[in-house]
Structure formats: structure tokens, C-alpha cells
Design a protein around this ligand. Structure first.
Ligand code: NAD
Length: 476
């Protein structure tokens, strides 16, 4: 077992328990400045082969010792907790989120890993007759490819690696090329507690993701990212009948009922949309309000947006950082500009900040409607379109009129009434007076184009297993 932890400066890959650099590298940009601040190794095809081969070689011993896996996962969680500040600093530099939020993400990743360690692998006896016994047990799938996006690089890593390892698989991780460093760092730290080859971390661009997901040594792809890439991953998996889980995009609607409290709206709806600068798959991206309350609610949310403290994630008291990358910044700016040109009103924000970095003002839009891209598409930025409805049936129909179906929420003082409405949402999760309430015990997944399969809880664990039926005579 190697434990060559480097907390500053260089960011090697981890392959077969070794810290590995590469002949080639790519730049990583700090979104608060727009300038490159570090480089990550560009994994070569040969190095990817080595990572997959090491994962295959580690499988038998890792799969055979359940207690070792539980202990290692608990210790991995401890290692993250011991290094929260160091990892958070890297995460803030590459992702842009405020330091406090980055530290929270690291701790949450540890919490998720710990929860995975404690999940029992289900086993069932379906027949225990005088002649025959039939048991259904869970077996690992093999080598898992864990492919992650740039918005929550570590938390989403934990969602995959925890249950994959608990079930007895080994993993090759490929983080987003925009945010590879915190994952590379965690990959190195993990070698303190994991046998070589159990988790390797390779870095590179989208083509590396494609190479990994078509690799014949990979049994399952656990992917979080955009719908467009998810479809490519599904097509790549089909060729070899690999198992896959897809956690994709969302365009979550919040429906506010007549009796919703202003306090709930301010706290829950506002931060349900703007947290992580709106770069969250299951964040609120459209708000439907009763026509009678439209102006009041738009005013309330706009006032809140105006006082949010935006700035570099390293600055004290920053609540919202920049958008993570230039392409995302340009996309948000374009969608807002297009909406304004088509008659939308920015009651707060509406423009990028002058100066360096990818900062875009927290924006609340009115006079928006379906047919505008800011409403129909996943904007993935600090923008909240507010739309009036006349009847609740109409609001539900408009919320459901989307190719996405990740989550949705209904807000009101009469919980029973709100719940009735929430049940009609075509989404993986339907909240009442909440949004984004995620937990390691609660399955998370999308309807429609928002994904296939779920993560978290025993449901998520089972997706990293295959069923084996053990059919044996009772008497010898
Ligand atoms: P993306 O699809 O561009 O990239 C995600 C990952 O896939 C990256 O590591 C990328 O390098 C890799 N990749 C790219 N092409 C590939 C290919 N052909 N084969 C295999 N891998 C490939 O997504 P992104 O822009 O990094 O992330 C933002 C998206 O992620 C948004 O749509 C967001 O909603 C979604 N997301 C979903 C969830 C969820 O749980 N449902 C969570 C977070 C983010």
C-alpha cells in the first residue's frame, strides 16, 4: 500500500496505489480569476489500461472480505474529515464555491462514505423447504467507472465510490477536466486506507471519459453529467451490455400555492434555486406563482437576490461564487440576454459583473414564459424565472411539460393540499415546503431524461450488484 500524500503543488493521478504523473498535462482555471492556477496530468491510453488492469487484479481479494471493506470505508471517511480544510481549499480554487461550502461538501462526502459502510447487503431466503433451499444474494459487478461533473466533484464521487466499494467492486474514477484536482487529491489520500488498485483516479478530457466507458474491462458505468453525454454513455454501454446508472440534468419547478408563507419562500425557494450559484442538477430553475401573488413574490425574491454577497470563494462572507467555467458563463449570459431581448424584465441582476472571473449577478426574471430557452432549458446558473398561473391544474401541467423530471416542489401552509399537488409532479422526488433535501438514506434519481436508476440508500447500493440465486438441495 502506498501513502505518498501531497497536499500542495502537484496533483498526480493514482494508479494501482502509486502516484503517477504523465508526459502531458492540461491547465486548470480558477473561475474567480479566469486564470490557470494548476495543471493536471493527461492520462495516456497506456495509463488507463494500467488503471483498469489494477482494478481487475484487486477485485477477488476486495470482493471476498466484507469486513475489510466496511472498515476501509469508515477509515476513508475519517481521512477526509482529517483533511477537510486542505481539500476544501483546492475545491474552492478549482470550482469557485465559497470555502465554507467547499468544506461542507468534503464533510458531506465523508458522511456519505460512512453511511455506505453501514449499509447491509441484502440477502433473502425465498424458499426453505424440506428438499430445497433458494437464497438470493448480491454479488459485485466488477470494475466500475465513476464519471463525475464539475458542480459537486467530491460529493458525487462519494455517492458512487461508497456503495461501489461496499458492494465489493473496484473503481476507476474520472473527474471533470474543469475540476480534477480535489478528486486527484482524494485519490491520493485514499491510498492510506485502500489496497492498491481498489480506487484509481485518472484525469483527462471528455475523450478519456469516452475511452473509459467503452473499455471492455468496465462492468458498470456510474455517470453524473449532462443529458447529451448521458445518451453517449448509454450508447457506449449498450455495445457491451455494461450496466449503467445515469444521473443527468434537471429543470426543477417550484409551485407556490396561494397560502405559502413569505418566510418559506425566502428561505426555501430562494436558496433552492441559488445555492452553488444555481449549478445544481436538482435546484429550482422555474417558479410558478398564483397570479394574485406574482408581484409580491417577485419583489420578495428580487430583494433577497440584491443583498446576496457574491465574490471569490476565498473571501470571507462570500455566499455565492462565480460560475464554474467560461462556457457555462457564456451560456447563462446568452440565455438571459435572449430572454431580455424577448421582453423579460430583470427585477434583480440580469448581467455579468465587470472585471475578472466568471461572475454573474443573481438574477430574478419576470415577464418570462415557456418557449423562452431560459424557461425550457436547464440554465444551470444564478437565474430564477418567475411565472404567474391562474389555476393549480395549469401550474402542474406546465411544470410537467418538460423532458426533464429530476425533482419538483410545492409550497403552501396547508400541507395536505400541497402534498396532493406534489404527487402529481412527474419527477423522481416531489417535495413539500422543501427542495434539495438530500440524504444518504434517501434514493435520488430522475424521471424522463433526468436519468436512469438511482443513487443512495439500499436502492443505490443494489445498483452496484447483480443478483445471484443460490439453489441447493437441503439434504445431502
Ligand atoms: P458533462 O456531461 O459535460 O460531463 C460530465 C463528465 O462526463 C465529465 O467528467 C466529462 O469529461 C465526461 N464525459 C464527457 N464526454 C463523455 C463521453 N462521451 N463518455 C463518457 N464521459 C464523458 O457534464 P458537466 O457539464 O460536467 O456537468 C453538468 C451537468 O451535470 C448538468 O447537466 C447537471 O444537471 C448534471 N448533473 C446531474 C446530477 C444528478 O445527480 N442528476 C448532479 C450534478 C450534475
Amino acid at each position: 500500500m502506498t501513502s505518498s500524500t501531497t497536499l500542495t503543488g502537484t496533483y498526480p493521478m493514482t494508479i494501482n496505489g502509486q502516484a503517477i504523473s504523465s508526459t502531458d498535462s492540461f491547465g486548470v482555471i480558477n473561475p474567480a480569476t479566469g486564470a490557470e492556477f494548476a495543471r493536471a496530468p493527461q492520462c495516456t491510453p497506456q495509463q488507463l489500461e494500467e488503471a483498469v488492469r489494477a482494478a481487475e487484479a484487486a477485485l477477488p481479494a476486495w470482493g471476498a472480505d466484507e469486513q475489510q471493506r466496511i472498515t476501509a470505508l469508515r477509515r476513508l471517511a475519517d481521512v477526509l474529515d482529517e483533511h477537510v480544510q486542505e481539500i476544501a481549499a483546492v475545491l474552492t480554487d478549482e470550482q469557485g464555491k465559497p470555502l465554507g461550502a467547499a468544506a461542507y461538501e468534503v464533510s458531506e462526502t465523508a458522511r456519505w462514505l460512512r453511511a455506505s459502510a453501514e449499509l447491509p447487503l441484502p440477502e433473502e431466503t425465498v424458499e426453505a423447504g424440506p428438499d430445497v433451499s433458494v437464497r438470493v444474494v448480491r454479488r459485485p459487478l466488477g470494475v466500475v467507472a465513476a464519471i463525475t461533473p464539475w458542480n459537486f466533484p467530491l460529493l458525487l464521487l462519494g455517492w458512487k465510490v461508497g456503495p461501489a466499494l461496499r458492494a465489493g467492486n473496484t473503481v476507476v474514477v474520472k473527474p471533470s477536466p474543469y475540476t480534477p484536482l480535489s478528486t486527484l487529491l482524494v485519490g491520493e489520500l485514499a491510498q492510506q486506507v485502500l489496497p492498491p488498485g481498489v480506487v484509481s483516479v485518472v484525469s483527462g478530457g471528455d475523450e478519456l471519459g469516452a475511452r473509459l466507458s467503452t473499455h471492455p474491462g468496465i462492468a458498470k458505468i456510474s455517470f453524473t453529467g449532462s443529458v447529451a453525454t448521458g445518451k453517449k454513455v448509454a450508447a457506449a454501454a449498450a455495445e457491451d451490455l455494461k450496466r449503467f446508472t445515469l444521473e443527468l440534468g434537471g429543470n426543477d419547478a417550484a409551485i407556490i400555492l396561494e397560502d405559502a408563507e413569505p418566510e418559506q419562500i425566502l428561505k426555501g425557494v430562494f436558496w433552492g434555486g441559488f445555492i452553488n450559484c444555481g449549478q445544481i442538477c436538482a435546484g429550482i430553475k422555474r417558479v410558478y406563482v398564483p397570479r394574485s401573488r406574482h408581484d409580491e413574490i417577485a419583489h420578495l425574491l428580487a430583494e433577497r437576490a440584491r443583498v446576496v454577497r457574491m465574490g471569490p470563494g476565498t473571501a470571507e462572507r462570500t455566499q455565492l461564487g462565480p460560475l464554474q467555467n467560461k462556457a457555462q458563463f457564456d451560456r447563462v449570459a446568452e440565455l438571459v440576454e435572449e430572454a431580455l431581448a424577448a421582453g423579460a424584465t430583470a427585477v434583480a441582476g440580469g448581467a455579468p459583473w465587470d472585471g475578472e472571473g466568471y461572475f454573474f449577478e443573481p438574477t430574478v426574471l419576470t415577464n418570462v414564459h415557456e418557449g423562452m430557452r431560459i424557461v425550457d432549458e436547464e440554465q444551470f446558473g444564478p437565474v430564477m424565472p418567475i411565472m404567474a398561473y391562474d389555476t393549480v391544474d395549469e401550474a402542474v401541467a406546465r411544470a410537467n411539460d418538460s423532458t426533464f423530471g429530476l425533482s419538483g416542489s410545492v409550497w403552501g401552509a396547508d400541507i395536505g393540499r400541497a402534498q396532493e399537488v406534489a404527487q402529481r409532479l412527474h419527477t423522481g422526488t416531489a417535495f413539500v415546503n422543501d427542495h434539495l433535501a438530500l440524504s444518504p438514506d434517501i434514493p435520488f434519481g430522475g424521471a424522463k431524461w433526468s436519468g436512469i436508476g438511482v443513487e443512495n440508500g439500499h436502492w443505490g447500493l443494489e445498483e452496484f450488484t447483480r443478483i445471484q440465486v443460490l439453489h441447493t438441495p437441503t439434504r445431502s
